[in-house]
Write a protein that binds this ligand. Structure first.
Ligand SMILES: [Fe+2]
Length: 161
């Protein structure tokens, strides 16, 4: 068992519990933030393994990708707003500065679903749309649909629309 990642998830869940008490208005409920962080991490691991990327780095980037929204409660500009809190979260962890920077960049850029970024950024974006799709969210924006189609087909799953 990867207890280090469990520890990270514990920190994330504790933070989200604190934020739930502090913030009254949210675009998404805290339960979704917890579910989405956890399942994106696992989808990220699968994609990372398939694409030859560091699996735990992908899991952590995926788990943290919406931190800007956790803090503000709002979807607007939540990706770049994640930079500060994600940097603080990672500062408490051991690890190379370069890896931490890559995770922070993946968080900042994860809403640019119409652009192709680094392999780690692409995993976060693909895990995000796949998880939203599998949880029943209607993927409406054309470039989100295009990404979902590619991500599903890359896994050998036919695009259902
Ligand atoms: Fe997001």
């Amino acid at each position: 068992m990867n207890w280090e990642f469990m520890g990270d998830l514990q920190k994330i869940f504790t933070l989200l519990d604190e934020l739930e008490v502090q913030t009254s208005k949210r675009d998404y409920p805290i339960i979704w933030e917890k579910v989405h962080a956890t399942s994106c991490a696992q989808i990220g691991r699968m994609l990372a393994e398939k694409r030859g990327i560091n699996v735990e780095q992908a899991a952590l980037a995926c788990a943290l990708h919406d931190m800007g929204r956790w803090i503000s409660g709002r979807q607007y500009e939540h990706a770049p707003k994640g930079e500060g809190p994600v940097r603080s979260f990672l500062a408490e962890k051991e690890g190379m500065a370069e890896v931490k920077d890559q995770i922070v960049q993946a968080v900042i850029n994860h809403s640019k679903k119409d652009e192709v970024g680094t392999p780690l950024e692409e995993i976060v974006k693909d895990a995000d749309v796949l998880d939203c799709h599998w949880h029943g969210e209607d993927i409406m924006k054309p470039f989100h649909m295009a990404r979902l189609k590619t991500a599903l087909e890359d896994l050998g799953i036919p695009y259902p629309y």
